[in-house]
Design a protein around this ligand. Sequence first.
Ligand code: HH2
Length: 296
Amino acid sequence: MKKITRADIVEWPSGRLDLSAGCLLMGVLNVTPDSFSDGGLYLDGPRACERAIEMARQGASVIDIGAESTRPGAASVPADEQIRRVTGVIESVASKTHVPVSIDTRNRRVARAALDAGAAMINDVTALQDERMCRLAAEREVPVVLMHMRGEPGTMQRNCRYDDVVAEVLNFLVERARRAESFGIHREVIFIDPGIGFGKTVEHNLALLRHIDRFVATGYRVLVGTSRKSFLGHLTGRGDPLQRLFGTAATVALCAEAGVSMVRVHDVAEMADVVKVACAIHPRFATGQSAERPLF
Ligand code: HH2
C-alpha cells in the first residue's frame, strides 16, 4: 500500500483534501443564466443544491460554485447580483455535505460573502490580481486557484498572441503564486491553472496540455479545466458542448497521468471512472508527491 505522506493531505481550518489516490475532481455548478454548457439549469436554489449533493456523491472532492459566466464574450455581472445568486446555495450545500465549496469569482466582495456563507476555497480566474483578494484568502486561510487569463472574458479571444505560450503562462503563474505566498497564503494550498480556453487558440490549449508536466514540476499543485470546452468541439467536430464527454475524458486521463492534482469537470460520475483508471495505471504519478519537488 502506498504510504500517505504529509504532502498527500491538504488541510486548512475549513476543509481537507486527500490527494493520496491521485487526481481529484472539482465539480462545476454554475448558478447563471448564460454559462456555455449548463447556463440556466441551476438558477433555482433547491435544484442547484441537489446537483451539488449529487456531484459530491458521484466523487467530487470540491464543488465549484460560480455566478458569472466567463465564456468568451461574456459580460461581467455586478457583485450584488452574484452574491444574490450564490449565497443561499452555498449555505445550503455547506450545511448538507462535508465536501468543500469553492467560490468561482474574481470579485473580492463576492468571495467574502461566499466565505461568510460557508465556502472554503477561492477560485479566481484573474489569479488574485486584486491585492485585497490576496489578503482575504490569507486572513481566512483558504486554498486558492490562480488561473491564467489574457485580459477580460469579454475581449480575451482578441488577444491570443504569445511567443512561447507554455513559458509565458508558466512564468506568470509562478510569479503570481510567489506573490500569493508573500501575502501569507501557504504554498500547500495554492493551485495553479493554465486557464484552458481563456485567451488561447486551439494550438495554445494543446501546447499547454502537452506540457502540463512542466506546471506539475514547479512543485505547486496544478488544476486544469478542459471540461466541454470549445477546443474539444473544434477537434472532434462536436458543436454541442454536451457531446464533448469523450474529448473531455481524453484530457482528464492525460492530466491525471501527468500528476495534475485536480480537474474541474461538469460530468463528475464519468470523469470519476476516468481518473480512477488513469491513476491506477500510473500510481507513481499520484500527485501528493509533486509538492515535495523543488520549485523551479
Ligand atoms: N473555466 C471556466 C470557469 N472557471 N476556473 C478555473 N480555475 N479553470 C477553468 O478552466 C475555468 C474556471 C469556464 O467553464 P464554465 O464555468 O463551465 O463556463 P462559464 O464560464 O460559461 O460559466
